[in-house]
Each structure stands twice: as C-alpha cells, then as structure tokens.
Design a protein around this ligand. Structure first.
Ligand SMILES: Nc1ncnc2c1ncn2[C@@H]1O[C@H](COP(=O)(O)OS(=O)(=O)O)[C@@H](OP(=O)(O)O)[C@H]1O
Ligand SMILES: Nc1ncnc2c1ncn2[C@@H]1O[C@H](COP(=O)(O)OP(=O)(O)O)[C@@H](O)[C@H]1O
Length: 200
C-alpha cells in the first residue's frame, strides 16, 4: 500500500550549503563486481585514505546492510533489485547530507544500477567496476562461499547460478587481478582529482 497525503518538506540547510562548508562535493562511488573481487577492500582502503585527507566518506557494504536495514531480503532477482533500490535511496540521502558514499554491493543487474544513477543528479554517481575473473574470485574465496555454492549448499550464487552483468561504460575500471590494492586506490584517487571531486 502506498501512503497518501504526504507533502515534501524543504530542508533549512541545503546540500549546496553543506558542500560549501565541507569544501568538497558529495557523490556516490558505486563499486560493483563479483563476490571476492575486492569491493569492500577497496571501498574501505579509499575511505581510510580520504579520512586521513580530512574528507568524510562512508562505506555502505552489502554484508553489513543485510544484517540490518535489508535483513528481510534474500538473493532472488527481485530481492537483489529491492536491495539495490533501497541502497540507492539511502545513498541519495547521504549525498544530500554532504557526504561521499562508497557502496560495495555486487549489484549484478545493469538496470538496477542505472536506476540508482537516475535518481541522482549529474556528477553524483560514478560506477566503479571492480574487475576480477570468476576463476580468481573462486581462488580467493575469502568467506568460503564459492565452495559452498559449488557444493550446492548455497543457491542463486552470483557467477555460479545467478548472473552478473558487467558495466557497459563505467567511470572507472579497477582490475584487481593485475594490480594490487594500493594501485587501485591510487587509480581512483587520481580519477577524483582529475574530475575535481577532491582537491590536492
Ligand atoms: N547467493 C549469493 N549470491 C551472492 N552473494 C551472496 C549470496 N549469499 C550470500 N552472499 C553474500 O552476500 C554478499 C552480497 O550481498 P549484496 O547485497 O552485495 O548482493 S546484491 O547486490 O544484492 O546482489 C556477498 O558479499 P561480497 O562477497 O562482499 O560481495 C556474499 O558474502
Ligand atoms: N589486488 C587486490 N585488490 C583487492 N583485493 C584483493 C587483491 N588481491 C587480493 N585481494 C583479496 O581479495 C579479497 C576480496 O574480498 P572483498 O574485499 O571482501 O571482496 P568483495 O567485497 O568484492 O566480496 C580480500 O581478501 C582481499 O585481501
């Protein structure tokens, strides 16, 4: 059921004022990739780098959000869609509050990622494709989930019996098979500097 009789209330402090005071823009870096590709590792390494540069960034991570806000959702296509829709809305609130948001969700469907982009303004959504082959992710298997999926102990596992749609035109592609964590963080930081999304 949808609610009636609700009226938007304008905020007394605007997004632009918050950005002005912070001295940096607010936006979403949307990390997407297979389980084990390195989304959480890179988002957290970048958050640490930004924090030490006096820039507030907050990581929203699939595993963590599924313990709370989205604990009612599983891994069917519809549940993943709803997962990403909610995270998109939460990210939008963070951006409105002047924060940089680093999201680390598999977000396997192009359409769902596009929908998040569509609810944000220009220069508020940057897709970061964390590229890593399924073979390498299976070797890493940091949580032992691929092993379980191969043994049929987990159904609908991304890359095994559930699809992953690669980004078509991501803002950044970090190849975590050919470069180390530090090099990927540097690549993203360089992108942010070039775009004027952070200052030196
Ligand atoms: N069936 C299945 N498929 C994929 N992943 C699974 C599954 N079951 C549990 N997990 C664990 O949940 C993490 C993915 O959650 P996400 O919210 O990022 O997934 S999605 O965006 O809704 O597809 C994922 O975390 P990451 O490894 O960090 O990606 C897994 O640890
Ligand atoms: N070059 C690399 N870049 C990122 N992670 C790497 C790299 N090489 C090895 N790893 C390891 O791969 C694992 C990736 O796990 P994680 O960050 O949880 O991935 P995801 O969030 O995509 O599931 C971590 O254990 C990390 O240390």
């Amino acid at each position: 059921m949808t609610a009636n009789n609700i009226v938007w209330h304008d905020a007394s402090v605007t997004k632009e004022e918050r950005r002005e005071k912070n001295k940096y823009q607010s936006y979403v870096l949307w990390f997407t990739g297979l389980s084990g590709s390195g989304k959480s590792t890179l988002a957290n390494a970048l958050a640490r780098y930004l924090y030490e540069s006096n820039i507030q960034a907050y990581v929203l991570d699939g595993d963590n959000i599924r313990h709370g806000l989205n604990k009612d959702l599983g891994f069917t296509d519809d549940d993943r869609k709803e997962n990403i829709r909610r995270i998109g809305e939460v990210s939008k609130l963070f951006v409105d509050s002047g924060q940089i948001v680093l999201t680390a969700f598999i977000s396997p469907f192009r359409e769902d990622r596009q929908q998040v982009k569509d609810i944000l303004s220009d220069n508020e959504f940057f897709e970061v494709y964390v590229k890593c082959s399924l073979d390498e992710c299976e070797v890493r298997d940091p949580k032992g989930l691929y092993k379980k999926a191969r043994n049929n102990e987990i159904k609908h596992f991304t890359g095994i019996d559930s699809p992953y749609e690669e980004p078509v035109n991501p803002a950044i592609t970090v190849d975590t098979e050919s470069q180390d964590i530090e090099a990927s963080v540097k690549q993203i930081v360089n992108f942010l500097l070039e775009k004027g999304l952070i200052q030196n």
